[in-house]
Each structure stands twice: as structure tokens, then as C-alpha cells.
Ligand binder design. Structure first.
Ligand code: ACO
Length: 428
């Protein structure tokens, strides 16, 4: 029997179906609410709103659990390749060997960019932020790949998804090369997804480039940890843009724009800048005090999360990876000492304990990326590269869902009521 939730309003009593997921909170199906009561719900920031049904990613924020298609993130980060995770997110199950080989081959066949896009890069200033370039170039893909923009054709949708996953490393690496004035490098499909990206980023045509397996492995983990995260701001942006029927390249460009913000993907850049600014463990109390001061807008970047009210499971893997990479590369970074100490102080401070603020995925990622040699401006671009897999999986799921309509929220209007126009000469 369908469970219902009763609602009593000034207009009468109504019953709304309670929908059960496979795990996690039930949702009250209020689709008929406005038609029946003439009232809307009010939920700025969507803190209590499920915008869709999805079978891709599950998060239990209280317990610190993150599952992709049922598989825990730490198991994927330890044992799988990024291509396996991409296949899993897109198709629902881990691939068999033959499926994985075919998928990896298909992705590798799409890694090159249309040659004319190199000219497009040259239109940007050299000091352009890589995210500005990513927004522009990914949006521009729709002008180059007309044969994969018909969203009603599942085959074209799949080709567009493959293209986006395959071309993002090339696009991100070219953004970096452009900013430092080095020539673009073409992809090398004999390398792994991450190895190829490292070569296109750090290699030069004049010399052979050897992929360091430790760095390659760290990048693999970073990409997997960022691959998808349920209905976060950028994914919801991709879905909202896609709900109007916009082509996939335009939708992913919209997701990149949203990810750029410091409250979302831009936090990894902001977190490392903050740790550098603190610079010394002795200055931590000063910054903790600022974070707690209601009159100071400062926040501990890389701390807190809308959904996790426990340790972000991705942050745990990230912390271990940071320690491993610095050790293997024989590097010591005072910023890691500041991060470790800051984390310990915050985890025992009443303010952070009461508000359940824990390190998130961005707290340690910047330290690793910095050790590998990426400038801070590239951090969010790497996040966008990895998240593209989740975005295309979520976009495909949305387009195939017969219940999905164009996203069109309503509002609580608090502006002026109707009034008569007054000619400018007569305005007092
Ligand atoms: N430092 C200090 N105080 C914080 C922090 C922080 N990092 N995060 C939240 N708080 C406080 C807020 O001031 C607020 O206090 P109040 O209740 O006294 O007003 C309370 O905790 C709740 O904060 P909200 O902003 O309401 O929580 P929300 O869920 O909207 O925000 C967010 C989540 C944006 C991630 C927030 O924690 C934040 O700004 N963190 C820093 C930026 C960051 O690391 N973002 C990355 C998120 S992960 C990702 O996108 C991959």
C-alpha cells in the first residue's frame, strides 16, 4: 500500500504519496501540491528538496558514506581505474574485461581536439584563468561536433558523452600550456587516461616524458574521488540546463561555470591559498578565531559541507594520498604541517564540533596537486575534468527519465504590487 503524508492547510486536508528509495530518506511527492492548494513550498538552497530520482550516487552525510552505483568510494579509489569508474557511472555496473577494453579504446579514439580549436585558445589572454578557458572551449565544442548534439538520439548522446570524457584532459592541459607559453602536446593513446594527461601537461615536444607511477596513481585517485557527487550545485546546473533540451556541450560548460565558485569546486584553490597564508602552525589560533567570529566573513576553506555532517570519506583518502605523494617525492611542505594541525584543532574545537564541520575533499587535494607541480589556478580545472564523468552520467539519466520536465522553480514574490506607470517628468 502506498504510504502517504497528510497536510492540513487553511484550505483543507490533503494526502501526498511518500516515495521510498532503495536506501536513504523517503521523499514526499508534492507534485500536485500547487494544483490542489494553490501554494508552493519554500526551500532556498534546496536543503529539503529532492530535485530528481537517481540511481547513480548515494551519500549518507551523517555516516560519511559515499557509494557510486552501490560501491564504496574508498574501494573504488583503492582498486579501480578511472575508466572503470567512468563506465560504472555511465552504464550502472562495473565492466567485464572485454567491455572495459572496448570502452577504454573508444575513449582513446576521441582524445584529439578539432585542430581549429587551437586557434580558439589563442583568442584568450595569456593570464586567463583556466576555468574561463574551459567554460569557453567546452561550450564551443557544440560548434565543432554537430553529429552528437541531437539529444533525442541515444547513440548521439553516448558519442557526446565519450567525446566529453575523452577531450577534457586535452582541453585542460592545453589551457595550462597556453598560460605558460609552451606548445600544445597531442594526446598519446598508449598511455593511461591520467598518464596521458600528465604528459600533455608537463611534457615538452623536445624531450621524451616518463610518467611517474606514483604521481599517476595519485592522479587516478584524485580523479576517482571527484568523479561524481549526487545532486551538488554544478550537477544540478547541468541537469537544469539540460532540462530545456540544450546540447550536452553547452550543459557541461554551464556545470563548469558553477563549479568555479569558491563555495564549490573553487574551494581547493582557496584552501591551499588559506594554508599558505596561515603559513605557520603558530598562527592557526588567529585563523580559528576569525572563522568563529560572526562579524568576520572568513571561513576555513576546505571545511564544512552541505551534506556531510561527518568526515568526508573522500578527505580521508585524500589525506593518505597527500602523505604518500610527499613521502615518495621526498618533499616536505610546511603547508601539510599547517593542514594536519589545523584539522586537529578544528576537530576538537566546540564551534566546529557543534556545527559538525569536518574537512572536505578540498582540504588536502591542493597539497597533492601542488606537490605534483600544478599551479593553484589549475586545481578547479582538474576537478572539472574528473567531474565531467559524473555530469554526463547524470545528464544521460535525466534525458532518459520520462518523468523529467523542464526545471522551472517558482518563488515567494516580495516585490511591489501592481502600480501605474508615471512619466519621468511627473515623478516627484
Ligand atoms: N568555517 C567556519 N564556519 C563555517 C564553515 C567554515 N568553513 N562552514 C560553515 N560554517 C558555519 C556557518 O557560518 C554557519 O554558522 P551559523 O549557523 O552560526 O550561521 C554554519 O556553519 C552552517 O553553514 P552554512 O553556510 O549555512 O552551511 P551550508 O551547508 O550552506 O554550506 C559550505 C556548506 C558552503 C560548503 C560551507 O561549509 C563553506 O562555505 N565551506 C567552506 C568552502 C568549502 O570548503 N567548500 C567546498 C565544499 S565541498 C565541494 O564543493 C567539493
Amino acid at each position: 500500500m502506498t504510504k502517504t503524508v497528510n497536510l492540513t492547510t487553511t484550505g483543507g486536508d490533503y494526502a501526498y504519496p511518500l516515495l521510498e528509495g532503495s536506501v536513504g530518506p523517503d521523499v514526499i511527492d508534492i507534485r500536485k501540491l500547487y494544483g490542489q492548494t494553490g501554494q508552493f513550498t519554500y526551500d532556498p538552497g534546496f536543503t529539503s528538496t529532492a530535485s530528481c530520482q537517481s540511481a547513480i550516487t548515494y551519500i549518507d552525510g551523517d555516516e560519511g558514506v559515499l557509494l557510486h552505483r552501490g560501491y564504496p568510494i574508498d574501494q573504488l579509489a583503492e582498486q579501480s581505474t578511472f575508466m572503470e569508474v567512468a563506465y560504472l557511472l555511465l552504464h550502472g555496473d562495473l565492466p567485464k574485461q572485454k567491455e572495459l577494453d572496448e570502452f577504454t579504446y573508444t575513449i582513446s579514439r576521441h582524445t584529439m581536439l578539432h585542430e581549429q580549436l587551437a586557434t580558439f585558445y589563442r583568442g584568450f589572454r595569456r593570464d586567463a584563468h583556466p576555468m574561463a578557458i574551459m567554460c569557453g572551449v567546452v561550450g564551443a565544442l557544440s560548434a565543432f561536433y554537430h553529429d552528437s548534439t541531437d539529444i533525442t538520439d541515444p547513440q548521439q548522446r553516448l558519442v557526446a558523452s565519450h567525446r566529453l570524457i575523452a577531450k577534457m584532459p586535452t582541453i585542460a592541459a592545453m589551457a595550462y600550456k597556453y598560460s605558460i607559453g609552451q606548445p600544445f602536446l597531442y594526446p598519446d593513446n598508449s598511455l593511461s587516461y591520467t598518464g596521458n594527461f600528465l604528459r600533455m601537461t608537463f611534457g615538452v615536444p623536445a624531450e621524451p616524458y616518463e610518467v611517474n607511477p606514483i604521481i599517476e596513481n595519485a592522479m587516478r585517485r584524485i580523479f576517482i574521488l571527484h568523479a561524481d557527487h549526487e545532486q551538488n550545485a554544478s550537477t544540478s546546473t547541468v541537469r537544469l540546463a539540460g532540462s530545456s533540451g540544450a546540447n550536452p556541450f553547452a550543459c557541461i560548460a554551464a556545470g563548469i561555470a558553477c563549479l568555479w565558485g569558491p563555495a564549490h569546486g573553487g574551494a581547493n584553490e582557496a584552501a591551499l591559498n588559506m594554508l599558505r597564508e596561515i603559513g605557520n602552525v603558530k598562527r592557526i589560533p588567529e585563523y580559528i578565531a576569525r572563522a568563529k567570529d560572526k562579524n568576520d566573513p572568513f571561513r576555513l576553506m576546505g571545511f564544512g559541507h552541505r551534506v556531510y555532517k561527518n568526515y568526508d570519506p573522500r578527505a580521508k583518502v585524500m589525506q593518505a594520498t597527500a602523505e604518500e605523494v610527499l613521502k615518495e617525492l621526498n618533499l616536505s611542505d610546511p603547508v601539510l604541517d599547517v593542514a594536519r594541525e589545523l584539522e586537529q584543532i578544528a576537530l576538537h574545537d566546540d564551534y566546529f564540533v557543534e556545527k559538525k564541520l569536518y574537512p572536505n575533499v578540498d582540504f588536502y587535494s591542493g597539497i597533492i596537486l601542488n606537490a605534483i607541480g600544478f599551479p593553484t589556478e589549475m586545481f578547479t580545472a582538474l576537478f572539472a575534468l574528473a567531474r565531467t564523468v559524473g555530469w554526463v552520467a547524470q545528464w544521460n539519466e535525466m534525458i532518459s527519465d520520462p518523468e523529467q520536465k523542464i526545471g522551472r522553480p517558482r518563488q515567494l514574490y516580495v516585490g511591489a504590487t501592481q502600480r501605474e506607470y508615471v512619466p519621468v517628468a511627473a515623478r516627484g
